[in-house]
Design a protein around this ligand. Structure first.
Ligand code: PHE
Length: 339
């Protein structure tokens, strides 16, 4: 009889199921009215008196084991069914990632850099917070020059200001290097202007500087012609108008034939057929001297262009403010432009 108990106990211990029906069948076949364990209880009266105590206690243990088994399996079943179900539908097509695009000013700046790097210009950068020496004095600005006025320049203190042009980088490059120097300096500049469609308190420039023995005005003109054709197309013409900058002598303003109306006359070129794109000139000997370069030995040219201006002509954007408003409807239109 004890062997029967052990045999049934092994069956109870080894039973496992996660199906409610199977667990119920197990309960009925072991603990139900005609269940194996119930039958053993019914046979209790046949057990010899001497064995009754031992048999009884083994039988009770067996019954408790079976009851516990049913309880355990049922409660682990409840746990599974109450576990949070995943709401993810793995058959739904994925959402495309928004990958953004490059800013039009970055695209145009990189194009300018690319054109000049093909003809041997390297890139140098300088700080946006600049001292008086690099932004004005070394560049031959007279004491009373209007650019030194608070009205035009954001001063931080008497000596420090936000640079008003990238010409300050010219000075830094010349102070550090002896000729030959061939560098372009892209960067952001600041001016104390009221913000409108045509003016902003910050914008971007690319400065160019070439210093060597025997550099002439004709060299500058050829380089600028090469640039404008590469930037705006082979049929583009340039014209140089006399101008004035304290740091170049002679100085000129560079116009390109209107890229929008092809010189026929439109409201962008104000019916002149020409558009101003940059200032340039031969580096003033005083500037060379200020930067410890011998003006009797070396000469050179410099130029500076506004990136927003070039972008305006390429993209026909008529309001400068669009470049800094971060309106995605505007910026997304440049997403397919490579560089
Ligand atoms: N720095 C001048 C400006 O901001 C541009 C310029 C650069 C002119 C180099 C001549 C030579 O207007």
């Amino acid at each position: 009889m004890i062997e029967d108990i052990n045999k049934i106990n092994n069956e109870v211990q080894s039973f496992n199921s996660s199906s409610l029906d199977e667990i119920e069948n197990f309960r009925i076949s072991f603990l139900g009215k005609k269940g194996k364990i119930t039958l053993l209880f019914n046979n209790f009266k046949l057990v010899p008196v001497a064995e009754k105590k031992e048999f009884g206690s083994q039988l009770n243990i067996l019954k408790n084991n079976a009851l516990n088994k049913v309880k355990e399996l049922k409660s682990s079943l409840a746990e599974i069914s109450s576990a949070p179900k995943s709401n993810t539908d793995f058959t739904i097509p994925g959402q495309p990632n928004d990958i953004g695009s490059r800013h039009p000013i970055t695209i145009i700046r990189d194009r300018i850099i690319n054109i000049f790097s093909h003809i041997g210009f390297s890139i140098s950068e300088g700080p946006e917070i600049e001292d008086d020496w690099h932004n004005f004095t070394a560049l031959n600005f007279p004491e009373e020059h209007p650019a030194r006025d608070m009205q035009d320049t954001f001063f931080i203190n008497e000596d420090i200001a936000l640079r008003t042009h990238t010409s300050s980088v010219q000075v830094r490059v010349m102070e550090k290097n002896q000729p030959p120097i061939r560098a372009i300096s892209p960067g952001r500049v600041y001016r104390n202007e009221a913000i409108s469609a045509r003016a902003h308190c910050f914008f971007h420039q690319v400065e160019g500087l070439y210093i060597d023995k025997g550099v002439s005005f004709a060299d500058m003109k050829q380089t600028l012609m090469y640039f404008t054709k590469a930037m705006f197309g082979n049929e583009t013409k340039i014209r140089l108008r006399p101008s004035y900058f304290p740091f170049t002598e002679p100085s000129a303003e560079v116009d390109v034939s209107c890229t929008i109306c092809k010189s026929k006359g439109c409201n962008v070129c104000k019916y002149s057929g020409w558009l101003e794109i940059m200032g340039c000139g031969m580096v003033d000997p005083n500037v060379l001297e200020n930067c410890k370069i011998d003006p009797d030995l070396y000469s050179g040219y410099a130029f500076g262009m506004g990136v927003e201006r070039i972008a305006q002509l390429i993209y026909e954007v008529n309001d400068l403010r669009l470049y800094s408003e971060n309106d995605l409807r505007f910026l997304k239109q440049f997403s397919s432009d490579s560089f």
